[in-house]
Design a protein around this ligand. Sequence first.
Ligand SMILES: C[S@@+](CC[C@H](N)C(=O)[O-])C[C@H]1O[C@@H](n2cnc3c(N)ncnc32)[C@H](O)[C@@H]1O
Length: 221
Amino acid sequence: MHARACAPDNFYAQVKHTVAGTPVSPEQIAMIVQSVRSGLSLEAADRVLDLCCGNGALTTEFFAACGGGLGVDFCETLITVANRHFVRRPQEAFRLQDVVDYARNADDTAGFTKAVCHGGFQYLPPADAQELLELLRQRFVEVKRVFLGNLPDKRRIDAFFGDRDRVAGIENDSASPLGIWRTEDEIHSLSAKTGWTATILPMNARYYAAHYRYDVLLKRR
Ligand SMILES: C[S@@+](CC[C@H](N)C(=O)[O-])C[C@H]1O[C@@H](n2cnc3c(N)ncnc32)[C@H](O)[C@@H]1O
């Protein structure tokens, strides 16, 4: 719905990289790309699975730093944009599917070495979030690192809302505009339960959302 309301080439507005409705600057996007590339230590031999890839505008930057991969998203509008604008090589593809459904049923799991879910993990209902991490651990056996990006930090929720009214319980609602807010401790415990060790990654202080978000790197326990 949101993506369809945006101009067809307003790629970063389509996936909500905006402040007060205006798309963020190229420098801000470059910070995201750099954080994912370095968090995952992307190399030419890697194949990346981008879960909740949106329209592929970021995915193409991840693919460019490695041997390609697959982006999965359940929004038809966004996957249409991805397939139209961001497939650069035969070893790059985008797929329209729910990410948990994909992780449960995919038969191409062996080729992936790294995975990323940037700005999407918080929109999964809690049971789906847990199952996705379990499936990545069990079925994607070559995946050594998983980057969960742009997660809203429950401990710093006041830094985002300030004096503005907020709906009671919004921080635990995956269907709310920013999804589920988690503390670092909640991420550590979810990771441990699903077979991963989490490291909280510092964000660039100049990143526009650094005051209320954080990134996480998962490695196999
Ligand atoms: C804020 S956008 C982020 C897109 C992109 N990763 C980025 O950072 O630019 C969140 C994306 O998650 C996708 N998404 C949410 N839940 C999903 C699910 N269960 N399966 C597939 N995609 C999902 C939405 O369609 C949307 O494209």
